[in-house]
Design a protein around this ligand. Structure first.
Ligand SMILES: Nc1ncnc2c1ncn2[C@@H]1O[C@H](COP(=O)(O)OP(=O)(O)OP(=O)(O)O)[C@@H](O)[C@H]1O
Ligand SMILES: [Mg+2]
Length: 331
């Protein structure tokens, strides 16, 4: 046994630190040659349109190689509260991990934006632009429609039984979108990769249109309650009413699901991690509207059929849910 270990340690209150140890100095202030939120060269502010500013990253829309090729710049600015050396190292490793995961899973056929360029030391990455909107925004619009429908049913003295019939063809459209979500997550998990931050903001619906325009149905929202009811009962729908000009245009839900934001991804073969991914997504769905539960059920159904080991992940999810509930009860 070494000498140091055999010495009886003094009680914390009587412990004296050797005076030779200098006090920990605060990190030096970051370099001020450019503001923290200004991208390093080769980017210039006038060619960048901000998309989001998260806690970790700034995301801009820009162009790449040609003025008509849209791209996204994801920039992780230096963190003034972290030691510069540590900060550089962390930013570098996270950025590289994100870029590597994206490249790997894209090669294997998962829908993710391609990596067009990356300077891990400077903290930026250029990604293929995904035309469309996040699943979060799709669900928010859907929840808004559900709320409107609920109000209408109650105003007309309807009951909850009528609410269950809300949706019709639009309901099938969103259910189909949910199946695409389930299958895409399944593709990722089948590779043994976990997303790590699987929220509805990190899922995008890419529209088929090259221009990136989300096409509204040409005639606006023409599905009426009577048409929906007829469709549900397998009857011929009554003729369309003239579209109401004040009704907002219904946005098409056609297109492919893309996964983005691979900053917290891990390569794993554990069902537990896959189940936690699903649980995070479930919480994100629950946060939109209570009526989103059947939608998430459809995600899970498609996920369960998407690859061989998916069913055992779904079993795991039950345990993860239980623990999640216990944790939230304990606070
Ligand atoms: N390739 C892309 N194409 C189109 N829009 C994108 C793309 N990447 C990101 N976005 C948009 O920017 C938003 C934020 O991007 P992302 O999720 O990658 O950053 P973040 O959440 O701030 O990052 P992090 O969690 O790593 O700090 C997305 O929700 C999406 O709206
Ligand atoms: Mg994100």
């Amino acid at each position: 046994m070494s000498r140091e270990l055999s010495v009886e340690s003094p009680s914390p209150s009587s412990r004296k630190y050797p005076s030779a140890v200098p006090p920990i100095a605060p990190p030096p202030t970051p370099p001020t040659d450019r503001p923290l939120h200004t991208l390093p060269p080769p980017f210039s502010e006038d060619a960048l349109t901000p998309i989001t500013q998260g806690a970790e990253a700034l995301v801009y829309k820009t162009t790449f190689l040609t003025p008509s090729t849209p791209a996204v710049v994801k920039y992780r600015p230096p963190k003034p509260y972290r030691h510069p050396t540590l900060d550089k190292r962390l930013t570098r490793s996270r950025l590289l991990a994100e870029a590597r995961s994206l490249v790997r899973v894209k090669r294997e056929g998962v829908n993710v934006p391609g990596v067009l360029g990356c300077d891990a030391d400077a903290g930026w990455m250029v990604l293929e632009y995904v035309n469309g909107r996040t699943v979060r925004s799709v669900l928010d619009s859907w929840a808004e429609e559900v709320r409107e429908e609920e109000k209408r049913v109650f105003r007309e003295g309807g009951d909850i039984g009528q609410l269950a019939r809300v949706g019709g063809s639009e309901h099938e459209e969103i259910m189909d979108l949910m199946r695409r979500v389930g299958r895409e997550v399944g593709k990722l998990h089948d590779l043994g990769v976990c997303h790590g931050d699987l929220t509805t903001s990190n899922l995008m619906l890419r529209v088929a249109d090259e221009e990136g325009q989300i096409r509204a149905k040409p005639t606006g929202r023409t599905t009426t309650s009577s048409q929906r009811e007829a469709a549900m009962n397998g009857e011929d729908p009554p003729p369309s009413e003239t579209p109401q000009p004040e009704t907002p245009a219904h946005q098409s839900l056609a297109g492919e699901i893309y996964l983005i934001d691979f900053g917290l991804t891990s390569s794993t073969i554990q069902d537990e991690d896959r189940a936690v991914d699903l649980y995070v997504l479930e919480r994100a769905f629950a946060a939109t509207h209570p009526a989103a539960e059947p939608l998430f059920h459809e995600v899970l159904k498609a996920y369960g059929e998407s690859y061989k080991g998916a069913k055992s992940v779904l079993k795991r999810l039950e345990g993860v849910r239980l623990r999640g509930r216990k944790r939230s009860m304990l606070g």
